[in-house]
Design a protein around this ligand. Structure first.
Ligand code: GAR
Length: 186
């Protein structure tokens, strides 16, 4: 059976959308690098096991990624879906899950990679931005694109309104893509 882990660092609205889209039985682990993050409580609500760690307590990225990897292997995880995981994936995890790690990013990549993509697009004054789902590679938001959806920016949008519009698109798109990827190899 294919089994997924979701990696998240914050609020977890994408994690919640994945759970509520009927993928609950396919997600066997939440990995979180931020003790106290809201997504941890959400995972508990959905009875999804969690591995929470603080990178500060490890000497290196290789060390904490090895700890993560042990948990992934312990649960026989075959797919990793990043949902607001705000760390760059290093070779320890990438080499263990080649072509099996997916990310969602709130812009039309290659535009506005990195942090605060919505703010970047807002400040740039673009009239169209969007959402990208892509494979992870060793760059920052550079991996092969699976799919993109456009989101309009209207002249009187606040950054908050735009954020909401983009996140609504994410919550629709990401569960669909995840479902398809997992189905394709059952
Ligand atoms: C989402 O908008 C996601 O696309 C973004 O973080 C947010 C997490 O929200 N990810 C990135 O910016 C990755 N570079 P959530 O915790 O409510 O799902």
């Amino acid at each position: 059976k294919v089994r997924a882990a979701v990696f998240a660092s914050g609020t977890g609205s994408n994690f919640q959308a994945i759970m509520e889209a009927g993928l609950h039985d396919d997600v066997a682990l939440l990995v979180c690098d931020k003790p106290g993050a809201a997504v941890i409580d959400l995972a508990q609500d959905f009875a999804v096991p969690t591995f929470v760690f603080d990178p500060k307590h490890y000497d290196s990225k290789a060390d904490y990624e090895s700890a993560v990897l042990e948990h992934l292997r312990g649960k026989n995880i075959t797919w990793v879906f990043l949902a607001g995981y705000m760390r760059i994936i290093g070779p320890t995890l990438l080499n263990a899950y080649p072509d099996k790690m997916i990310n969602i990013h709130p812009s039309l990549l290659p535009d506005f990679p990195g942090k605060d993509a919505i703010g970047q697009a807002y400040e740039a004054g673009v009239s169209t931005t969007g959402v990208t789902v892509h494979y992870i590679d060793d760059g920052v938001d550079t991996g092969p694109i699976i799919t993109q959806q456009k989101v309009s920016v209207f002249p009187d949008d606040t950054k908050e309104i735009l954020t909401n519009r983009i996140q609504q698109m994410e919550h629709k798109l990401y569960p669909q893509v995840i479902q398809q990827l997992m189905k394709s190899e059952q």
